[in-house]
Design a protein around this ligand. Structure first.
Ligand code: FAD
Length: 432
């Protein structure tokens, strides 16, 4: 059996649901195909949605989205096994509309967004795995195969929203042959804690929440750590370079266990019972590792297109998925209305990406993964800065206090940091 649609969207993560929502709103028959038993069932992330782009897709989304807490406090922590230095920022502005970041569970968030697409008229097919592309007599894409008995779905446009290592994008030839995969592994534990305990330990009230990003906590493996507050649980995890993790022969759980024992983190998570352990790959390479985004009858979005700013210590991806999905849905709708779904007909997609944060931010931060995952930022700077501050804050009586310059020289030398590199990285960091 064959079922015919105007467009087939593969994957009901944030990218897929955004694409299907826009297509349905434009009045097209769209199938949203998801392998999970419901959207978000198995989807893994750290925990914060930076919702600005949602304002455009679902106006006043904050009135209805399943949010745990609003992030009003963000911290970046540099650490060694025994020290830590934190930049701690909070603002009340992020605690009221239109907000900034929200912690949310993917099982709830993805299901909510897919529900919006369904309400607009998209047909959601769950527990359905897309197994390949359907091609016409001239080799053109005409739909997808699925593992259902009556499995083929035909449509002039297919939107690949199937996440990291997208097999659909690969089958369509969008990734150049032999391109090395730039992926890291993210692992996360959810720890149950009473709401009042979280409020006290993280110094927040009501629906306020905290987002902590860490560097220097991964035993020298390129990556970083995160800790986010939900209503009555916290999410703690690490992102790890796969190659180096393999070489180090350490299990990711051991690195999370280290983190939970760290003097700065242990008091925050003490007594938290593990209710969930999950792991997922992250496309880490950024701008220069993106595939071809458009071809005849196909568009690639979100993690499937490596549109995930996840340079070790901060994690965005849901917002890029929503943005790219939304523009893909609009471009497909426009192409369908003119009857030209060739690459030329679908070219509006890439134009929108270039004109907005999706590609502009990636381009600006193209070198960030290299910088942030390099040895200096990962290992040397955290140790140098912690030692420098230990010197600055330590009272040395009856010895006179050493001068700032002497302290800086001493800690830089101890950790093998050259002033020239420090200046160069500072400039590169500021540029990014
Ligand atoms: P996905 O969310 O991966 O969705 C893909 C969907 O396609 C899934 O539902 C999947 O089941 C379905 N699918 C795949 N193959 C098929 C198939 N063949 N047939 C049918 N369905 C299929 N981002 C943030 O913004 N904030 C964070 O705090 C954050 N933290 C992260 C922490 C970790 C540990 C990890 C791993 C990622 C994190 N990210 C974060 C990144 C974020 O999760 C992704 O960028 C985002 O989920 C991408 O959305 P997507 O819709 O492109 O893909």
């Amino acid at each position: 059996g064959i079922t015919t649609f105007d467009a087939v969207v593969v994957g009901a993560g944030p990218a897929g649901s955004a694409a299907a929502l826009e297509l349905a709103r434009a009045g097209h028959r769209v199938a949203l195909v998801e392998r999970g038993s419901f959207p978000g069932a198995k989807n893994v992330y750290g925990g914060v949605v930076y919702g600005r782009v949602l304002d455009e897709l679902v106006p006043e989304w904050w009135e209805q989205a399943p949010v745990q807490r609003w992030v009003t406090r963000r911290q970046t922590m540099m650490m060694t096994p025994t020290q830590s230095m934190t930049v701690d920022f909070r603002t009340e502005a992020w605690g009221r509309p239109p907000y900034n970041g929200a912690t949310a569970h993917r099982g709830e968030f993805d299901a909510w967004l897919a529900g919006k697409a369904e309400q607009a008229g998209a047909e959601l097919l769950t527990s359905t795995v897309v197994t390949g592309l359907l091609r016409g007599v001239r080799g053109e894409i005409v739909g997808v195969r699925t593992d259902r008995p009556d499995g083929d779905l035909t449509a002039p446009v297919v939107i690949a929203c199937d996440g990291v290592n997208s097999f659909l994008a690969k089958e369509a030839g969008m990734y150049p042959d032999g391109q090395v995969e730039h992926t890291t592994l993210g692992v996360k534990e959810t720890l149950a804690l009473p709401r009042e305990t979280i409020d006290e330990r993280f110094a927040v009230r009501g629906r306020e929440g905290v987002d902590i990003e860490m560097v220097g906590c991964t035993r020298g493996i390129p990556g970083g750590g995160f800790l986010y507050t939900n209503l009555d649980s916290v999410s703690i995890g690490v992102v790890l370079g796969l190659t180096e993790l393999g070489k180090a022969g350490i299990r990711p759980e051991e690195i999370i266990a280290d983190l939970k024992r760290h003097p700065a983190i242990a008091p925050l998570v003490r007594g938290g019972e593990i209710t969930e352990f999950s792991a997922h790959l992250i496309p880490e390479g950024g701008y220069h590792t993106m595939p071809k985004l458009t071809d005849d009858g196909i568009l690639v979005t979100g993690d499937a297109a490596a549109m995930c700013l996840a340079a070790g210590i901060w994690l965005e991806g849901v917002n890029f998925a929503i943005g790219s999905g939304m523009y893909a849905g609009r471009a497909a709708a426009a192409a369908l209305s003119t009857g030209d779904t060739s690459a030329a007909g679908l070219a509006g997609y890439e134009r929108s990406l270039r004109d907005t944060f999706v590609l502009a931010d990636h381009k600006k931060l193209a070198r960030a993964p290299e910088l942030l995952l390099g040895d200096r930022v990962q290992n040397r700077y955290p140790a140098m800065i912690c030692d420098l501050l230990e010197g600055v804050f330590q009272v040395t009586n009856p010895e006179p206090k050493p001068g700032m310059r002497a302290l800086l020289r001493r800690s830089a030398k101890k950790h093998g940091v050259r002033m020239r590199d420090l200046a160069k990285d500072a400039v590169a960091g500021l540029r990014a």
